[in-house]
Design a protein around this ligand. Structure first.
Ligand code: SF4
Ligand code: SF4
Length: 427
């Protein structure tokens, strides 16, 4: 694509990056069928190609309007278009740059500004989220149905794992060590997931070390175009992780695929900060989702699972039918498609078929709160696809998807690592 970027951006690092991305798009349209918003709305401007065109206009200095902002806001940042694109267009990075510019030029209404500010001030902080969930839990019966479904009731994890307490974090006892960054929302919404990941790693001879001083990966603020804030969160995490990396941790691991995807981008996002660039790049190179680490150690995991299944009482060996929802961050950002499923099969679960598995569930960070109508339509389609094979429970790999899916189904929804931990525990 030919471009003629405007003076205000042409020579800046962001401008050069955006220009290179725009030029790599050949306008073929192969990405359109993969785009959930284009499929729902049928408007070219709600497709990847249309949004790229809008961002080209913006970067070339043409007027930006609320309509530009609307079409960019409606993007889920699912990056399914990147997986479908034969030219390797880095759409997600272009969207980051485009959204930040639109944010500067098109003022939002006061209620919208307050909503986005509150999301940034509450969600990335575990204690604040816990407090909010505590209040919401107390008034849960009074909440509207849609909101009620999002608030854990204490039995939100009802189903096969209901009676189990969150597992304890194992004391590090192995020479092989990884760092596990626990994140922000996950410990507040589903406190058992990170300890379950640490337990599974412990069983295959890898110690998962907790990180003091870490926190939100920065994704929430980043996707709300609060880039200065998200960069501060990234720097804080680099400072917290670095002593472990310098001491020989072999990997930086996450039990939330969205956080893993974000930290994989630290190197690129902090590349112009001389105090952090080298460390951020190293941390990005080591960052991975728990599924990727376990797939690389599949032989040890299979042996541990086989031993646990053989030792379990016959009643605990029954094969539950599980529908696995692969989050977009796992598929399209980390390109780890088909990694989790064989691990669940090795643990004795029977996977049910899921059609259109590449399609976003509508969670997409804060999207389900900011674009509730589209998010609900996507949720309904996703739940129908997941339930079509008559599973007994749904498994996923990301906390945002987990919470969103729970609001749309009566089936229990768990992180898949909890299923593996339960299996290794004789459950
Ligand atoms: S983003 Fe890729 S698939 Fe979509 S129009 Fe451009 S080159 Fe084609
Ligand atoms: S990121 Fe997802 S919603 Fe946005 S343009 Fe690409 S496919 Fe469509």
């Amino acid at each position: 694509m030919q471009t003629a970027l405007a003076d205000f951006i042409r020579s800046s690092p962001a401008g050069r990056e955006a220009d290179a991305i725009l030029r790599s798009c050949v306008h073929c349209g192969f990405c359109l069928p993969a785009c959930p918003t284009y499929q729902l709305l049928g408007d070219e401007l709600d497709s990847p190609r249309g949004r790229i065109y809008l961002m080209k206009q913006l970067l070339e200095g043409e007027p930006v309007t609320a309509r530009t902002q609307l079409h960019l806001d409606r993007c889920l940042t699912c990056r399914a278009c990147e997986s479908a694109c034969p030219s390797g267009v880095r759409y997600g990075r272009l969207l980051d740059i485009g959204r930040a510019l639109v944010e500067e030029r098109v003022p939002r209404t006061a209620p919208a500004r307050v909503e986005r500010y509150l999301l940034r001030r509450i969600v990335p902080y575990t204690r604040r989220m816990r407090a909010l969930l505590g209040i919401a839990g107390a008034v849960r019966p009074l909440l509207p149905r849609a909101l009620r479904a999002r608030v854990p009731s204490g039995t939100a994890a009802a189903g096969p794992l209901r009676a189990q307490r969150p597992p304890a974090w194992p004391t590090p006892r192995h020479a092989r060590r990884v760092v596990l960054l626990e994140g922000c929302v996950q410990p507040a919404l589903a406190a058992g997931i990170n300890p379950a990941a640490a337990q599974v790693l412990d069983r295959i001879g890898i110690a998962a070390v907790r990180v003091a001083g870490g926190g939100c990966c920065g994704a929430l603020s980043h996707h709300l175009s609060a880039h200065r804030e998200s960069l501060a969160q990234m720097r804080r995490n680099v400072d917290a992780l670095w002593p472990h990396v310098a001491a020989g941790a072999e990997s930086v691991v996450f039990a939330a695929s969205a956080c893993a995807a974000m930290v994989c981008d630290y190197g690129g996002l902090l590349k112009d900060d001389p105090a952090y660039a080298a460390r951020a790049e190293r941390i990005s190179a080591l960052a991975q989702d728990i599924s990727q680490l376990l797939a690389a150690n599949a032989a040890a995991l299979r042996a541990a699972l086989a031993e646990a299944i053989a030792a379990a009482p016959p009643a605990a060996r029954t094969s539950l039918r599980v529908a696995f929802q692969a989050p977009c961050t796992l598929q399209h950002a980390l390109r780890a498609t088909g990694v989790v499923e064989p691990l669940l099969t090795a643990a004795g679960f029977t996977l049910t078929p899921v059609t259109d598995g590449g399609r976003c569930c509508g969670s997409a960070g804060t999207y389900s709160l900011l674009q509730p109508e589209l998010a609900t339509r996507l949720l309904r389609a996703k739940v129908a696809a997941l339930e079509a094979g008559a599973p007994q429970l749904i498994a996923t790999a990301n906390i945002g998807c987990l919470a969103h899916l729970r609001s749309g189904t009566t089936l229990p929804v768990h992180h898949w690592i909890e299923l593996l931990a339960a299996r290794l525990d004789g459950g």
